[in-house]
Design a protein around this ligand. Structure first.
Ligand code: SF4
Length: 335
């Protein structure tokens, strides 16, 4: 078992690798020469390693440039990227660039892309019947983002617009840091580190899916007599499926009750009732998760409950990234 000093050191060392749209504060590369100053992206710079990309300038469209749009002639037709002002078809250049750039990356934990862009937008990008003015016929992914999602189906994808929402941002942070912790572990290639990883993530994983967490435990039990590489591969598959599910308030309450069980007998009736009241407020959405989790941490310190103190759910990403000040309206949003 890793002691808590070591765990904290690990958390501080982990730096997820994130591919980010360059116009999000890294360069003035938007079609009109602008950049977007996003305070969360600025904050992240101290905690993640960014790989920046601007597909449109990188294929030579220039700054400033005429906008591009995505078109599809007929329901079975291929999606194409056209620049209406010049009638230039950029499809092949954009596809080749996307494959080439993404092939160069040997490790990626997440993507943070500009929303509403025909190149970078993850989804909901307007699709037209032709380059001429006309009505929209549907929605699709931006061309670079589509290739990225195809190549890295398990990376954590978000756009900067959705990350203004507290819940979506927290899910994304949990996922990029968990994937990054797993990648670090993979280098060690020892089954013991995988056991330890699973034990320390128990309550975090349980808050996404109890069944998936148990299935990952069965992989570690290795009844099928797999070799180490196969165990890591199967475990990774299970991990990615689990992270794709995200958490929910009822599942988190279930986890908090499990953790509470470690010391409830040591507490007086008023303390127990206080915790249950906090949980009720959390269930109603009027209290953030950090409040009950800090109570648990406090009791784990008081009763020296090492197993709980080692749980990643107490701090799944650097606490400096926990911004509670925005998006109250989106706190309960579902994907
Ligand atoms: S959205 Fe993508 S292509 Fe457009 S300016 Fe930003 S980085 Fe470049």
């Amino acid at each position: 078992m890793t002691d808590k000093k070591e765990m904290n050191m690990d958390n501080n060392k982990i730096r997820p690798v994130v591919c980010v749209s360059r116009c999000l504060g890294f360069d003035h590369c938007r079609w009109n020469g602008d950049t977007i100053n996003d305070s969360f992206v600025n904050l992240l710079k101290d905690y993640v390693d960014f790989i920046t990309v601007c597909p449109e300038t990188d294929i030579g469209l220039g700054i400033p440039r005429n906008p591009v749009r995505l078109t599809r002639g007929g329901s079975e037709g291929e999606v194409r990227m056209i620049q209406p002002a010049t009638e230039e078809d950029c499809t092949i250049r954009m596809r080749e660039f996307s494959h080439r750039e993404l092939d160069k990356i040997d490790r990626i934990d997440g993507f943070l892309l500009k929303n509403a862009s025909p190149s970078c937008g993850i989804n909901n990008i307007k699709l037209y019947a032709s380059a001429e003015k006309g009505s929209m016929i549907g929605k699709t992914s931006g061309m670079f983002a589509a290739v990225a999602q195809e190549k890295y189906p398990h990376a954590a994808f978000e756009d900067e617009g959705r990350l203004h929402n507290f819940v979506l941002r927290e899910n994304w942070l949990i996922n990029i840091f968990t994937i990054a912790r797993f990648r670090e572990l993979n280098k060690a290639s020892k089954i013991s580190v995988l056991y330890d990883f699973h034990a320390r993530h128990k309550y975090l994983f349980m808050s996404n899916s109890h069944n998936k967490m148990q299935a990952m435990g069965h992989i570690l039990a290795n009844h099928d007599k797999m070799n180490l590489t196969e165990i890591f591969q199967e475990y990774e598959k299970g991990l990615m499926e689990l992270l794709a599910l995200h958490t929910s308030i009822p599942r988190r309450i279930n986890v908090l009750m499990h953790m509470f069980g470690y010391f409830s007998k040591e507490l007086n009736p008023e303390e127990r009732q206080y915790f249950l009241n906090i949980l009720e407020e959390y269930r109603r959405g009027s209290m953030p998760f950090i409040v009950p989790i800090e109570l648990i941490r406090n009791w784990a310190l008081r009763f020296n409950t090492e197993y709980i103190l080692n749980q990643i759910i107490l701090e799944p990403y650097p606490k400096e990234l926990l911004l509670l000040s925005d998006s109250g309206s989106g706190r309960n949003i579902k994907r």
